[in-house]
Every structure is written in structure tokens, then in C-alpha cells.
Design a protein around this ligand. Structure first.
Ligand SMILES: Cc1ncc(COP(=O)(O)O)c(C=O)c1O
Length: 413
């Protein structure tokens, strides 16, 4: 096996059509699409019987450890269109000290910070850009809270596609800089991500940009789906009891839910599903409010604010899909305040030497809260998603200094 076998061996692909997530209306594959006529996300459908015949666990286990190992369940038809930066399988890191401290069952963190551009946004954007390349798209535009823009900029530049990116003005500096450095034109906008989305929509109408907003483009979710495929394979096809996911647009949560259904259809897993927990920040919790009110849609959350910028999404176009997955899985939606998120960053770093991003830390804070209030049992194996490298975020300054020209009193160090 070559180390890049997944990128050098053509494999059969099985996309049959796309389908409106709301009405089920069918759309042709291999054509450029955004939303359905009903204004809802389109989901990619596969000939899963064909996949079942073409793929088996043994052969899969021998493929290189990157997301392209799941090629039969992905939309890219031809190798020449894959724009890869090395999308490694991310590790599941066990947290034994926290398990002992909290008295819970096995606690695993899927560390998405190892991916190109330092976040799980690489999964979705490598797929969207590869499909964009296949379709000959020349100019992409997107609203972002930071990480998605960085991933789009990187992959699009590599594919020779122009990008224009809009982010809220307080987006972390590192994100705005990496977007610019990786070749995109980026603007800070005095508004939130949905305000940025409106600008992209206008640009699409007026100058023909291709809109890569999450779930307004059908392939990002296919990339994010690989989190569920990987997780299942890493746990030897036994899904965990509960998954905590930091939910903004919710693409990853919806994508994993889709992955589990496809894996069942090809006979790789049974019908048992993890409980899906949508984690939000108390200052921006539209899904939690809708979940608690029992509604199918989640209206805009006004005055959204949180230090976890990736999950500061006041309104999500896939709201009904997030809520459906959470409810079908008998999971729940939970909000955690910013001080609990900061405390969680500290605690996980100190106890386990694992530096989480604030969004990832929100999942730990939510897990802790859920263990304490009984929503998660002490016997339940849990997976938390750390969606970006903690190194991308501001960290506390260190003020302690040492003057090496003076005698050091080691007893005080
Ligand atoms: C680090 C991080 N975590 C979580 C999210 C939310 O992801 P999703 O859109 O899949 O809900 C984002 C999105 O920007 C993010 O950057």
C-alpha cells in the first residue's frame, strides 16, 4: 500500500442524486446546487446497496488513515479533483484523570485540531472545494466565524479558486490573519455571521459568487460526515453512548447523524445510535430554547454573545435537522455559560495536558453539568468534540520573570 493510496487509486463512487431535506424533492447529481426550491439544505444520496457490495471492513482497515479512505461514501467522482492538504484521521484521546475525578465512564475527546488549518472545518471545505473544482467554479464566497474561512481560503487557493470572505469584526485575530495569508480577500463586518451571510447572498445575486455557506452548499456536510465514519471505525464499529457536539450551524452533528444511518444501511453498524447532545453557549442558545419549547424551528437569538466564537450562530438554516437528530437520538440540547467554558479550558489543560478550544471546552463543561444533573449516566461512554486546536485562541499572559544575572533562590521557584 502506498502512503497516499487514497489519492492515487480511483475508486467507484455511488452518488445517485440530491434530495431536499425538508420536502424530499430530488435533484440531479453532478450539477451545481445551493439550496432546494423550498429554500432548504440539499442532502447527497448514494446507492448504498452498491456501496455495501464495494466496501468491506477488512479492505477499509488497510487503507491510509485519512478521510479519503471513505471514498465510496463521498461525492467526489475523480481523483484529479481532490484538493488535499493531508486530512488525517484525528485521534480519540482518553481523559483518565477526568474520568476518575468526575466518576463517569470512559471519556474520549476527538481532537479535530490536528487537521489542516487546525480545525474540523477542513473536512467540510476540502469536500466543497474539491466539488467546486470538479464543477469549474471560479469564485467562492462565505460568511465565517473564523475557522471555516481559514479552511476555505487554504483549499481554494490550492485549487486556484478566488475567495471573498466576510467575518464578524471581533473574529479572533489569528483567523482573520490566516484567511488573508492563505490568499483570500477577507472583510471584517460590523455584524454577526448571519449578517455576513446576507452580504454573500447579495454578492451571489449581483456578481455570481458561489455561496459556500454551511448547508447552503451540499458537500460541506459530506465532509463533516467523516467524523461519524471515523468515530465508528475507531471504536471498532461500536458507537459510543453519547456524543457532545459544540453546535453553531450544526453541520457536524447533522453530518454524523447521516453517517450513522449510511453505516447501518451498508451493514457496518446496527441500529443502536449514540445520544446526540447539542452544546451551545448560554449567550447564544437558539437550539436549546427550541429544544426545550418543543418546536421544530429555532428563531434567531438576539444579542448573541460568547467567547466561543465558533458557536456564536444566532440562526441556523439546518435548525430542523439539528433538532430532529437530537430528538430522534433521545439526546438533548444544553447551554453553558462563558465562565464555565473558561474554567473547562483551564481544568482540561491542567488535569490532562490537553489544550481545548473554547468550543471544545464547552462540551466538557456540558458533560460535567449533565453528569451532575443525571442527564448522562455514570455508565455512559462519552465522546466530546474538540473542533479546533487550542493554540488558535488567546491564552493567559505569563508575568513571572527570572533575572539570570542574579543569584537564583531555588527554594522559592
Ligand atoms: C471550533 C469550532 N467549534 C464548533 C463550531 C460549530 O460547528 P458547526 O457549524 O458544525 O455547528 C465551529 C464553527 O465555526 C468552530 O469553529
Amino acid at each position: 500500500m502506498l502512503h497516499d493510496d487514497n489519492l492515487t487509486t480511483e475508486r467507484p463512487t455511488f452518488v445517485t442524486h440530491l434530495e431536499c431535506a425538508q420536502t424530499g424533492e430530488r435533484y440531479a447529481a453532478d450539477q451545481v446546487h445551493n439550496l432546494s426550491r423550498a429554500g432548504k439544505p440539499l442532502l447527497v444520496r448514494y446507492d448504498l446497496d452498491g456501496v455495501r457490495k464495494a466496501m468491506n471492513k477488512g479492505a477499509l482497515s488497510r487503507r491510509p488513515a485519512d478521510l479519503w479512505r471513505y471514498r465510496e461514501l463521498l461525492p467526489v467522482r475523480h481523483l484529479q479533483d481532490i484538493v488535499s492538504l493531508g486530512e488525517v484521521v484525528t485521534p480519540l484521546v482518553r481523559m483518565p484523570r477526568l474520568e476518575a475525578k468526575l466518576g463517569g465512564a470512559e471519556l474520549l475527546v476527538k481532537d479535530e485540531g490536528r487537521l489542516p488549518t487546525g480545525s474540523f472545518k477542513a473536512r467540510g471545505l476540502v469536500m466543497a472545494v474539491s466539488m467546486g473544482k470538479a464543477f469549474g467554479i471560479k469564485h467562492m464566497a462565505m460568511p465565517t466565524n473564523g475557522n471555516a474561512g481559514a479552511a476555505l481560503a487554504a483549499y481554494a487557493s490550492r485549487a486556484g479558486i478566488k475567495t471573498t470572505i466576510f467575518c464578524p469584526e471581533d473574529t479572533p485575530e489569528v483567523n482573520v490573519s490566516e484567511i488573508a495569508l492563505q490568499g483570500a480577500t477577507v472583510y471584517r463586518v460590523n455584524g454577526l455571521i448571519d449578517d455576513c451571510g446576507k452580504i454573500v447572498g447579495e454578492g451571489k445575486a449581483k456578481v455570481g459568487w458561489f455561496d459556500v455557506s454551511t448547508l447552503k452548499e451540499p458537500y460541506r456536510i459530506e465532509g463533516k460526515k467523516t467524523m461519524g465514519l471515523e468515530l465508528a471505525e475507531q471504536l471498532d464499529w461500536k458507537l459510543p453512548d453519547v456524543i457532545f457536539y459544540p453546535t453553531g450551524g450544526g453541520t457536524g452533528l447533522i453530518g454524523m447523524w447521516k453517517a450513522f444511518a449510511e453505516l447501518e444501511a451498508i451493514g457496518f453498524v446496527g441500529s443502536k445510535r449514540p445520544r446526540m447532545v447539542a452544546v451551545q453557549a448560554a449567550g447564544c442558545a437558539p437550539m436549546v430554547r427550541a429544544f426545550e419549547q418543543g418546536t421544530e424551528q429555532a428563531p434567531r437569538w438576539e444579542n448573541a454573545h460568547t467567547i466561543a466564537s465558533g458557536i456564536r450562530v444566532p440562526q441556523a438554516i439546518g435548525d430542523f435537522l439539528i433538532l430532529r437528530a437530537v430528538r430522534e437520538s433521545t439526546g438533548f440540547a444544553i447551554a453553558v455559560p462563558d465562565d464555565a467554558i473558561s474554567a473547562a479550558v483551564d481544568e482540561v489543560a491542567r488535569e490532562e495536558g490537553f489544550l481545548m478550544c473554547p468550543e471544545g471546552a464547552a462540551t466538557y463543561a456540558a458533560y460535567k453539568q449533565s453528569l451532575a444533573d443525571g442527564r448522562v449516566g455514570r455508565h455512559e461512554r462519552a465522546v466530546l468534540f474538540n473542533c479546533a486546536s487550542g493554540l488558535k485562541y488567546p491564552m493567559p499572559l505569563v508575568h513571572r520573570k527570572l533575572d539570570r544575572t542574579k543569584e537564583i533562590d531555588f527554594m522559592t521557584l
